[in-house]
Design a binder for this molecule. Sequence first.
Ligand code: MN
Length: 322
Amino acid sequence: MMVSDIVRELKKAQSIGVITHINPDGDAVGSVLAIALALKKLKKSAVVIKNDIIPDKYKFLPGQELITCIDDITAALDILIVLDCGDADRLGNGICLLEKAKTVINIDHHISNTMFGNLNLVDTNAAATAEIVYQVIKLTGARLDMDIATCLYTAIVADTGCFRYDNTTQVTHTICGELISLGVKSNRIITRLFHERTLPQLKILGMAVNSLKIFHGGKTAVMMVTKDMMEDSGAAQGDLENVIDFGRDVSGVEIAVLMKEVEDNSVRIGFRAKDDVDVSSIARGFGGGGHKKASGCTLKGSLSEALEMVLGEIDKIFGVRQ
Ligand SMILES: [Mn+2]
């Protein structure tokens, strides 16, 4: 599917809902707000449909007034745009909206995308879904203003780890250069995303780092976050974003794992790879998905059971555990 096919559909439509995956990250939030703001400029009735809590650190983004609850979507939508979501199951309660929309447009950059839309625009070379959203907005002719640019820039900065990950390309920098020329406050956004922490965020980071264990002769770093740690620190869901990077940053580590105990005897697991290891296959093997260097899955069981399963898979890459 081409960007022009998507734009043609958008132009024909009137009521458009925009949604992303549960546990939304910066790319997710920035992308949905950017496209909804642009659609407004094209005089469409556009809303961002809320299927999960939006982390406080993205509350500064423009367009928050376009956010609507699922229950308020009573009439059928001409189009539902699903952004940054590799699998319809990651829509949480929002999955019911797939039925309510005449056309579902799936725009994403995950290699694991299941192509669940009527129209699918999946570009795995894009560093962030926001890069694709930028192309779509450009082609609609909607004027990129500072609000839209701020959302897009934040999304790209979030998904590239501030241009550090190797998904960052010349295209990424070209787009971001244009966004800065529109007045985006680059350093303020980067500080907000990567350097500013609430006290609970700092406490949970400390606890996670303290739990770090090394395996495979230093190539694997595992951090574990228990429900008690979340409670003691006062941290909320979303406060763990980027914590996994501290495991990856350890010299010699090639795979970082962050395991979080979640409600119903299950463990949410994130993987990050340095250099040549592909962690998307590990996550996929456990029913999850993601990218080569950043992926995730959920396992049933206790933290220690999940740890054994994960290390068992990494043994296959690095050989005998040390
Ligand atoms: Mn993304």
